[in-house]
Design a protein around this ligand. Structure first.
Ligand SMILES: Cc1ncc(COP(=O)(O)O)c(C=O)c1O
Length: 389
């Protein structure tokens, strides 16, 4: 059986060996609780503080502005609900984009039921939010704008610096979900006028179970969890030190890669991605989703006429190639992805999508294999497609 090929790095990544090594002592001998006064606790607290510093440095934040959570889902919930309830005396209006991850969409939907007003900003056919639309949508009652940094599905990178500037000018908080961009694209929260930012460890070769929310100093949030008061009272729970140490190590590795002259990993992935896009678009009736240039270096997303994405993913899996249709979170719903509908695809078109996300271990040989296999599978599925007529 040939080696399996993984093209789903946007869903999750394997833990880097150096990350696992950094975590190991904190699973066994350095197991203390950061809230304990004795030396075991202080040793864990020291590792936590160091990790906070490393992660803050990556986005030009201060360590006390980093709140550790269990995932990006939790960070996004805390950002939206936390700001909403802490600022309900100022206003009840929240603006999000129409291409957010389900954890923002569902949090917004829930807030709507609690009496908040939600505006969903449109995007263009490439999935770009127009900053002018943000400006127009802000009212006297607006308390928060949340726009994803880079789409997990179609890879489009949003103009968050401009959006942040607009929000800062009118005193509205700006949150961005940077789960897919953190550690891959340079982020400077000060320069980009970001008030709150979400990131997740398992997207950057760190372990699952660790996320962060950057909260600019002075911004008040209502916590989701009440208890022992960890993380400045914003996230009670015994702190998951091994996962956070791993998260920081993974971020440190990303930082080193980003600082290498010419950012070689970025160039490598861009060239592999572009080779893939060029070849796939040669298949009859195939289309690219997302921005042709302004997109994540590791993301390619297509839709094919007369194809059902699930069949495509299953057939590719039989060939040992793991891709996804829509995002990992929507691929079990069997409903067309909201993101693809937002960029103007019809439900049937959105069903025919394929996301290929590359990563640190993707090779040219693997890309060539996909390029070889994909046209044959598409031909086979189209031959029996009920959509064709
Ligand atoms: C943009 C974005 N936001 C949020 C999440 C949720 O991340 P987590 O698995 O850490 O909860 C993901 C993961 O798929 C994502 O891609």
């Amino acid at each position: 059986m040939p080696k399996k090929i993984y093209f789903d790095y946007a869903a999750t990544t394997p833990v880097n060996k150096r990350v696992a090594k950094a975590m190991t002592p904190f699973l066994s001998e350095k197991f203390g609780n950061t809230m304990s006064l004795h030396s075991f606790g202080q040793e864990a607290k020291f590792a936590l503080d160091q990790s906070r510093q490393v992660l803050a440095d990556l986005i030009n934040a201060e360590p006390n502005e980093i709140i550790f959570t269990g995932s990006a889902t939790e960070s996004n919930n805390l950002a939206l609900k936390g700001v909403a309830f802490a600022n309900k005396n100022k206003g009840n209006h929240i603006i999000i984009s129409s291409i957010e991850h389900p954890c923002i969409m569902e949090s917004a939907k829930w807030l709507e039921k609690q009496g908040f007003e939600i505006t969903k900003l449109p995007v263009d056919k490439y999935g770009m939010v127009n900053p002018k639309d943000v400006k127009k949508a802000i009212t006297k009652k607006t308390i928060l704008v949340s726009v994803i940094h880079a789409s997990n599905e179609i890879g489009t990178i949003e103009p968050i610096e401009e959006i942040g500037k607009i929000c800062r000018q009118v005193g509205v908080y700006f949150h961005t979900d940077a789960s897919q961009s953190f550690g891959k694209i340079p982020i400077d929260v000060k320069k980009m006028n970001i008030d709150l930012l979400t990131a997740s460890s398992h997207k950057i070769y760190g372990p699952k179970g660790a996320g962060l929310l950057y909260v600019r100093e002075g911004i008040k949030l209502v916590p989701l969890l009440h208890g022992g008061g960890q993380e400045n009272g914003l996230r009670s729970s015994t702190v998951n030190v091994p996962a956070i140490v791993g998260f920081a190590k993974a971020a440190e590795i990303c930082r080193k890669e980003m600082r290498l002259k010419g950012y070689p990993e970025n160039r490598r992935l861009t060239s592999l991605r572009d080779k893939l896009i060029k070849s796939v678009l040669k298949i009859k009736n195939s289309h690219l989703n997302g921005h042709p240039k302004n997109r994540l270096v590791n993301n390619a997303n297509f839709w094919f006429d007369f194809i059902e994405g699930e069949s495509l993913v299953m057939q590719l899996d039989l060939e040992g190639i793991a891709c996804s249709t829509g995002s990992a979170c929507s691929s079990f719903k069997l409903e067309p992805s909201d993101v693809l509908l937002a960029i103007g695809l019809k439900p049937q078109e959105a069903h025919g999508s394929l996301r290929v996300s590359l990563g640190r271990f993707t090779t040219e040989k693997e890309i060539n294999q996909l390029i070889k296999v994909l046209p044959k599978i598409i031909k086979k599925i189209r031959a029996i497609s009920p959509f064709k007529n």
